[in-house]
Design a protein around this ligand. Sequence first.
Ligand code: NAG
Ligand code: NAG
Ligand code: NAG
Ligand code: NAG
Ligand code: NAG
Length: 574
Amino acid sequence: MRFSLLTSLAALAVGAYAQSSSVDAYVASESPAAKAGLLANIGPSGSKASGAKAGVVIASPSTSNPNYLYTWVRDSSLVFKTIIDQFTTGEDTSLQGLIDQFTTAESILQQTSNPSGSVSTGGLGEPKFNIDETAFTGSWGRPQRDGPALRSTAIITYANWLLANGNGTSYVQNTLWPIIKLDLDYVQNNWNSSTFDLWEEINSSSFFTTAVQHRALRQGAAFANAVGQSSVADGYTTQADNLLCFLQSYWNPSAGYVTSNTGGGRSGKDSNSVLASIHTFDVDAGCDAATFQPCSDKALSNLKVYVDSFRSVYSINIGIASNAAVAVGRYPEDVYFNGNPWYLSVFAVAEQLYDALITWDKQGSLQVTSTSLAFFQQFDSSVTTGTYGSSSSTYSTLTASIKNFAEGFLAINAKYTPANGGLSEQFDKSTGSPLSAADLTWSYASALTAFAARSGKTYASWGASGLTVPSQCNGNAGPTVSVTFNVDATTVFGENIYITGSVPALQDWSPDTALLLSSANYPTWSITVTLPASTVIEYKYIRKNNGQVTWESDPNNSITTPASGAVTQNDSWR
Ligand SMILES: *[C@@H]1O[C@H](CO)[C@@H](O)[C@H](O)[C@H]1NC(C)=O
Ligand SMILES: *[C@@H]1O[C@H](CO)[C@@H](O)[C@H](O)[C@H]1NC(C)=O
Ligand SMILES: *[C@@H]1O[C@H](CO)[C@@H](O)[C@H](O)[C@H]1NC(C)=O
Ligand SMILES: *[C@@H]1O[C@H](CO)[C@@H](O)[C@H](O)[C@H]1NC(C)=O
Ligand SMILES: *[C@@H]1O[C@H](CO)[C@@H](O)[C@H](O)[C@H]1NC(C)=O
């Protein structure tokens, strides 16, 4: 008995060592390959980004099946967050020129009118553009409201570095703050409207989007204060609190996971939630579950449920022990390219586990709660709830096993990465061969951030520490403006003038509930209404006489409301 136990312990140690050393080799070769692959996809001089304007990130050089030769705000922002982190932590000081090109390129895209609108009427929610910085006008899942949040987080990270390095008043105030403010205002005003998710498929609410919006406004409030905009900061904080409240609603307590999407007829088990956790990691927040920190009980429980959902759906996972790493993808019901593992989803699992290890190490303990018990029992079925200090054997056993589990996910990607280190979007669920878009820039960024976490790297806090979830969740009706409609209309006795139009405040085109105007200044009829700001609104006046309704002639009238203030619209009956 003792002999066999020792033998199996030795075998386990050798196995773990062998895996770690092969993962070491993978990290050593893949790090430069991923960095080079990422830089090759950025214009103007990236070797695979021909035609892309300066600072524009192509999603992939693939032009057919699928055609990804476009620039997505989400992908670009995640890629540049990685670059900005490398620059601001001194890992690569050569990147500043590229970062400046990125902020300039994004400021141009912000001002490019597109099918989602103009800069002031919703255009910031547009997910993708042509690589020459013109609008993409084909049909698409739009809007996607995570883009402005991720972009502002990336640029704030850079701006904070500039402020700390003596370049505050001129460049940050005059050039970067206006770009950042546009994005944060968009998030502040629009977070409570439906959005397409990060996979561009479901129009509902998305955990990833809510989580990164929360981070953006929280970090944005601190930044706004740093540049002397305290009343703007207060507005961001108000909506950050509302977002933090809303974020909790995705948690499914009975099944122990985050329901990532509230739509689409899916389980909601989704890489979305793991990506949210790693992209809102803040080591200063410890294992706080309100912000789903990587080591929080909710995020760990979610990770287990998510990973386990792929054990039987990919044939390359068959035969792998039920507590060992497996290939994972976006969500188990995925049918895109027949539904396969994604490199970035596998990297994200490893990264969450490394982030958790970093935090436990920093705080000198780990806690097992009833929520995270099933996660921990994968590694030691005898573990019970409690707090285990770093000198305890339970802590050592669990953290060693979890490190090994994390390494296992890197070993999966290592196994299915071709010899040249190229990372496509997916690999085949049956053969393991690379699939879909080659050289996906986001795949490369996800390798770099996972490797950085493996090496213990952390970044400045974004303010996740010590937050209190409001006891009551409020939505955000968004900012409003006061609009006075005046219409010159002569009427016969008994006839009245009403208004109705394309928003609830104008009764959604209903003649029955249309709003009555005042004739106090006859023949000018007037009404003042509160309408959503920065919105294109269509409307018509109607006459009613003894129940008989007469509409104005076509076309519909239209008004674009301003971002704030009060306006008067003067019309004549048509
Ligand atoms: C501040 O940084 C920007 C962006 O890199 C640069 O263009 C500018 O010259 C810098 N100004 C100073 C005073 O360092
Ligand atoms: C708006 O916020 C409220 C309160 O958190 C929430 O119940 C509702 O689902 C949200 N709707 C959207 C589309 O975000
Ligand atoms: C997305 O869903 C919202 C709310 O259900 C709806 O108003 C909107 O028209 C939908 N957008 C698209 C493009 O389907
Ligand atoms: C005016 O708006 C209504 C409601 O959206 C629409 O049905 C109608 O076609 C519009 N009229 C014109 C002329 O565009
Ligand atoms: C509408 O008429 C009012 C009163 O005559 C005037 O003060 C206002 O400037 C006018 N507004 C526009 C947009 O013409």
